[in-house]
Ligand binder design. Structure first.
Ligand SMILES: Nc1ncnc2c1ncn2[C@@H]1O[C@H](COP(=O)(O)OP(=O)(O)O)[C@@H](O)[C@H]1O
Ligand SMILES: [Mg+2]
Length: 482
């Protein structure tokens, strides 16, 4: 079932909104939410109905209850729809029902009525503006997600009845919010524990234990519905357009989710590292390792992303920062010798000049000062280049491309300022610093400031040079860190 994947190095086109009119939303959604075609097929028609103007008036465009084991893609479904409709998976008005377990907490949702203590301070979560904020120029359909609805206080579910029935919510200040241009999703783990018992914990994530997959699924569906009927009033359940039970993920589905996540990591590398990109090759053993660590019966695929991050992305990032991965290299990920971590091996690629210590070029016609500075900076284990005139300086500069250049303003016959500006223009990422004995005109000072050319006034201590260069290096490193 596993195949060795050499992930592509092709640079990605920037993400664009899919042309929904020309493509099949079911297919697009199924690519993002794996192995849950029942859910996709149940939800998508409501989006089409809305887009064609055929959605019912006076109620939300669609109301769904998503049930099933944890980490099987319920929340992910809503995020994927947001991405397809609005180009951003975060364009969801999400209400975490765990935060509304007490009866009086309805005020947080709708605001307190006038006259109540603190009514002015309570900004309701469900306002027309909040709904508008999660739409986009491409689509005015807002997605509202009530996550883990079973945790909400009964007063909240009663309040929701009004929304489901008439598409209207009355706020504490007596204004109302219109939910007609909304898809409303409730997710719930009701019955999850009983479902876990149904799925045998000893054999794989989804197990038949003598039953067919279809039988297991029917059983899970009836467990979920039973739990829902016990918890919610018939009025509430009747106002839901589709109740969808999510499948436990089978081996094929979780492998596909892993492939998606690895591809996303490769895309991230391509986008963020530019010409320092490398390609990932993940061996079947390494994939198995990630699945074993990241997927469980209890949490589904919830831990998979975190596992990839901890086991793969973080060690990779460290190697990149240390310059241990050559641009264009093939990075092979396999299982380590002890079997409890991954081994990362860099193959091929172009050599990079990794300089551990900065190289500094000092240009001064004052021989004594030149040698004194060179000796002091050597203590810092910097590579030192010296030049006594512009010609020598140019030679050293163009051959060695130093990280920092210290140029004396009064350079005998030569023009130190002109030389410094030349180096600064040629190598903007190097740090060119001018040294001067003072007595400089205002005009010149303005020029230095304009060109952001740092100036050291003589007499200075070797330590001043060290501090200046070191300060600029650490700044540059901080900026360069991804
Ligand atoms: N069917 C699926 N397709 C793609 N990714 C999934 C699927 N199920 C779970 N995942 C992964 O696991 C994470 C958690 O899934 P989520 O949808 O939040 O679970 P829940 O069903 O508990 O709401 C997702 O962000 C995604 O990375
Ligand atoms: Mg969820």
């Amino acid at each position: 079932m596993y195949s060795e994947t050499f992930l592509s190095n092709e640079p990605l086109p920037s993400p664009a909104l899919p042309d929904l009119a020309g493509s099949d939303l079911v297919t697009l959604l199924s690519q993002k939410v794996v192995g849950q075609s029942t859910a996709t097929k149940a939800i998508v028609p409501y989006v089409y109905m809305y887009q064609s103007g055929l959605a019912p008036v006076g109620r939300p465009a669609g109301v769904f209850l998503l049930l099933g084991p944890t980490g099987t893609g319920k929340t992910k479904t809503v995020e994927a729809i947001a991405e397809l409709l609005h180009g951003d998976e975060k364009k969801i008005l999400k209400i975490d029902c765990g935060e509304f377990q007490m009866e009086h907490e309805t005020a947080k949702l709708v605001g307190a009525p006038p006259g109540y203590l603190g009514h002015r301070e309570t900004v309701p979560l469900l306002t027309q503006q909040q709904l508008t904020d999660v739409t986009s120029p491409a689509c005015d359909l807002a997605l509202v997600l009530f996550d883990e609805i079973e945790k909400a206080a009964h007063s909240i579910t009663k309040l929701l009845l009004g929304i489901l029935d008439k598409g209207i919510l009355r706020l504490g200040d007596n204004t109302s919010v219109d939910f007609e241009k909304c898809l409303i999703f409730f997710t719930s783990n009701l019955g999850a524990r009983e479902m876990m018992k149904e799925i045998n914990p000893n054999i794989g994530f989804q197990s038949s234990v003598g039953k067919s997959q279809a039988e297991v699924f029917t059983r899970l569906e009836s467990i979920a519905l039973g739990a829902v009927r016990k918890r919610f009033s018939p009025e509430f359940v009747n106002r839901i357009d589709a109740v969808v039970t999510y499948n436990p993920l089978d081996a094929e589905a979780i492998e596909m989710i892993l492939e998606h996540d690895l591809l996303a990591l490769q895309e991230h590398v391509n986008l963020r590292l530019g010409d320092r990109y490398f390609s990932l090759e993940v061996t079947p053993g390494a994939k198995e390792f990630l699945l074993r660590k990241g997927v469980s019966q209890e949490y589904g695929a919830r831990e998979l992303k975190r596992t990839i991050h901890r086991q793969l992305t973080q060690p990779l990032a460290t190697m990149v920062a240390r310059g241990e991965i050559r641009p264009g290299a093939q990075v092979k990920i396999s299982i380590g010798p002890t079997g409890d971590s991954l081994a990362i091996e860099c193959l091929g690629g172009n050599p990079v000049m990794v300089r551990r210590q900065p190289t500094i070029l000092i240009v001064d016609d004052n021989h004594d000062l030149l040698f004194f500075l060179a000796a002091e900076l050597k203590e810092e284990r910097w590579e030192i280049l010296i030049a006594e005139n512009a010609a020598q300086a140019r030679l050293a500069f163009y051959q060695c491309r130093p990280d920092a250049i210290l140029v004396d303003y009064m350079l005998g016959e030569d023009d130190g300022l002109k030389l410094a500006l030349e180096f600064q223009a040629q190598a903007p990422l190097s740090h060119t610093i001018l040294m001067t004995g003072g007595g400089v005109s205002d005009e010149l000072q303005t020029l230095w400031l304009d060109r952001a050319l740092p100036v050291l006034y003589k007499p200075f201590l070797a330590q001043d040079v060290i501090n200046l260069v070191r300060g600029r290096f650490s700044k540059a490193t901080a900026v360069a860190t991804v």
